[in-house]
Ligand binder design. Sequence first.
Ligand code: NAD
Length: 259
Amino acid sequence: MAHKIFDLSERVVIVTGGASGIGRIYCEALASCGAKPVIADQNEMLAQQVSSDLKACGRNALGLGCDVSNSDSVQAMVAAVIKNFGSVHGLVNNAALMSSLPRGPWYEIEPSDWDRVMEVNLRGLFLCSRAVYPHMKHSGSGRIINISSNRIWDGTPNRLHYTTSKAGVVGFTRALSREIGDDNITVNAITPGFTSSEGQIQSSDPAYIAKMQELNSRKALKRTQIPEDLVGALLFLLSDASSYITGQTINVDGGAMMH
Ligand SMILES: NC(=O)c1ccc[n+]([C@@H]2O[C@H](COP(=O)([O-])OP(=O)(O)OC[C@H]3O[C@@H](n4cnc5c(N)ncnc54)[C@H](O)[C@@H]3O)[C@@H](O)[C@H]2O)c1
């Protein structure tokens, strides 16, 4: 039997962008641990579908429509979580604009596209953290996990707005962890490497995918990263096992980048 410090049963965890890609895998993993995942996604139909699929397997879950860049939408989502489940233990700030963004030179990025990336990838983190904070404070503990990207260690070009926003996630994580440590809320980040989520594969140029073999050969663990590779770090950061870890960024990319 697993040690009780890893026990997540009955813990309510909001996963933004949980309806597809890596977020969906997080929700499935949480449900299989007996936690109650909240699938909060702009795609409401898909969020509810994921929730129904989990319930059909005897799990507990809640699917909600939410645009993380919109304050009213975020407040309504968190209010629905409290109404349904009474508390919130964890927030996984996973929703982001990524796979829908074209790769290209920085000079071709329209200022309006730059702003939208910052709205979803950074303002979204702020709004969601702000909305759960009073509930976590009231319950005496909480876990916020922010999803960044290993691009920030590499300086990967061709999605400058995206890479910049993901570097901001680390600054946000560090500063917020200091501001809410006294409330016993931890704030950590994960930097995934290129992961074969359906969105990432569909949006990547076939030439880039063909280059994967070569990119993989530069890693310590020489294979393509899959969404399941991220689950261990996420569950650890949500559990009591990580209760004295905060403000940190864990790189999960098979040893492509080291920091
Ligand atoms: N896949 C990768 O290679 C990779 C690498 C590094 C980091 N990441 C990060 O991991 C996370 C998940 O990646 P993915 O590949 O599953 O992405 P994805 O693009 O496939 O899925 C993103 C999810 O977020 C939702 N979403 C987008 N905008 C939203 C909004 N405004 N409000 C609510 N939901 C919204 C989408 O509907 C979708 O379900 C992202 O933060 C991404 O930046 C991914």
